[in-house]
Design a protein around this ligand. Structure first.
Ligand code: ADP
Ligand code: MG
Ligand code: MG
Length: 249
């Protein structure tokens, strides 16, 4: 699905990613953990193609294509989707409108016709129900006045409607109470499919009780310094990151 090789990236002239390697196959869920400031959000931003991040070395291949050569919209249409750690508010744009526009842009890129209004509404209502969100969320401006938990649910709602090939979730668990965490986790688990991959970035082991990854990686100081299976999360929970950092600095 995606192959990241020796990726280097700068933010505001400072090198944050320092030779990162990661390969994710279709159907796999990978989790990235790591201390604050390690570069986790920078990695997700670079993959999504956000402005202000300068790639200074390495390569990223997404389904055989050079991802770094693609515009933000092209990446989205190709099936790479990022749920932000801090979802943006878009005043004046209704949630339902954004969902429909995004879905139709994706269909257009694939040469498919626009979705008919009744089919779209049926799809969206079904997904809203799954995320335990009220229909009124459709007619509110995107994320405006949403609580932290509602924003995170809304991010997953977008994924359920748009069905990305690679979903990147940056700290989707931060600020969620346990009930909201379960709903969000169920949403993510329902995305699990043989032809889809998920990259979860999280600070806490707790999320991984609900969404069980196939692989866990520790990102520290711009590099992946350790990889393992789900038991690594428990080890990190118990011992912290310091034992891994010793000798790497
Ligand atoms: P993490 O998500 O692992 O906590 P980040 O990727 O957000 O870490 O940040 C890594 C480093 O890059 C931090 O030192 C942070 O201050 C810096 N950084 C990230 N984004 C920006 C930005 N937009 N402007 C300036 N510095 C940034
Ligand atoms: Mg952080
Ligand atoms: Mg972050």
């Amino acid at each position: 699905m995606i192959e990241i090789k020796d990726l280097h990236a700068k933010v505001e002239g400072r090198e944050i990613l320092k030779g990162l390697n990661l390969t994710i196959n279709p159907g796999e869920i990978h989790a990235i953990m790591g201390p604050n400031g390690a570069g986790k959000s920078t990695l997700s931003a670079v993959l999504a193609g956000r402005e202000g991040y300068e790639v200074t070395g390495g390569s990223v291949t997404f389904e055989g294509q050079d991802l770094l050569d693609m515009e933000v919209e092209e990446r989205a249409c190709a099936g790479l989707m990022l749920a932000f750690q801090y979802p943006v508010e878009i005043p004046g744009v209704k949630n339902v409108y954004l969902l429909k526009a995004a879905l139709n842009a994706q269909r257009k890129a694939r040469g498919e016709p626009e979705i008919e209004a009744p089919a779209f509404m049926q799809l969206v209502r079904e997904k809203l129900k799954f995320m335990k969100m009220d229909n009124s969320f459709l007619h509110r401006a995107v994320n405006e006045g949403f609580s932290g938990g509602e924003k995170k649910r809304n991010e997953i709602l977008q994924m359920l409607v748009l069905e990305p090939k690679l979903a990147i979730l940056d700290e989707i668990d931060s600020g969620l109470d346990i009930d909201a965490l379960k709903v969000v986790a169920e949403g993510v688990n329902s995305l699990r499919a043989a032809n889809r991959s998920i990259l979860m970035i999280t600070h806490y082991q707790r999320l991984l009780d609900y969404i069980v990854p196939d692989f866990i990686h520790v990102l520290a100081d711009g590099q992946i310094i350790k990889s393992g299976d789900k038991s690594l999360a428990l080890e990190l929970e118990e011992k912290g990151y310091d034992w891994l950092l010793e000798g790497t600095a």
